[in-house]
Design a protein around this ligand. Sequence first.
Ligand code: 6PG
Length: 250
Amino acid sequence: MSAPADLRRLTTPQDLFQAAAEEVLRGAADAIAQRGRFAIALSGGSTPKNLYTLIAANASASLPWDRMFFFWGDERHVPPDDPDSNYRMAKETLLSKIPIPPANIFPILAENPDASAAAAAYEQTLRKFFVLAPGEFPRFDLILLGLGPDGHTASLFPETAALQEKSRLVVANWVEKLKTSRITFTLPVLNAARCIAFLVSGIDKAEVLHEALEGNSSGEKYPSKLVQPSDGQVIWFVDRAAASELSTAG
Ligand code: 6PG
């Protein structure tokens, strides 16, 4: 498998987060200039924490925050104040530090004990915001994604049911190895995006990044391989440690 079209190799994690922050703010400026708004889906886990912190630290109050709209590509099945909540992490590192109108923030209501109901509710949130016709998918300006050690992205884990979903926008996905449901965008939503940005940092991601970008395993085993927007850009922001097992020179 050849290197992706846009593999951005940075040296240190800080360089990676700086480059990603610049891309987020550039994408926001473009989207707002061209379409009047910027719709972004945040990723969870630990990698994006530093990105969100950096954006909050550098983002000036003069930015058109009221034209930016924040969603999540996935969420753990926990309340918003849970330490594992992706919403909580983004609120603590970014959303509580920028002048974003609360109405512009769309958390997944994962406190609902019924994960399927939470997914269905979020799907309606997307349908309403993007004014979708039946069968239409939302076109996010930017979706941030991470890469799990097993190759998962968002909460699309290897060999889980959500990988087969072709019509729903958001589903509850049972992850046997975690013994929990996750709520996640489906592949059609990821693949409808204008831009996907993967953030992959650290030596513990070196093997999975090599597999994801250069291995011959199937997308069932490495779901990040199934992220192939039909009319959108995919950017991989990787640091030197994460890229250390890639064969491509650079
Ligand atoms: C989540 C994320 C998940 C994450 C990867 C990488 O809810 O955990 O959406 O897909 O991006 O697991 O996580 P780290 O950044 O913590 O390695």
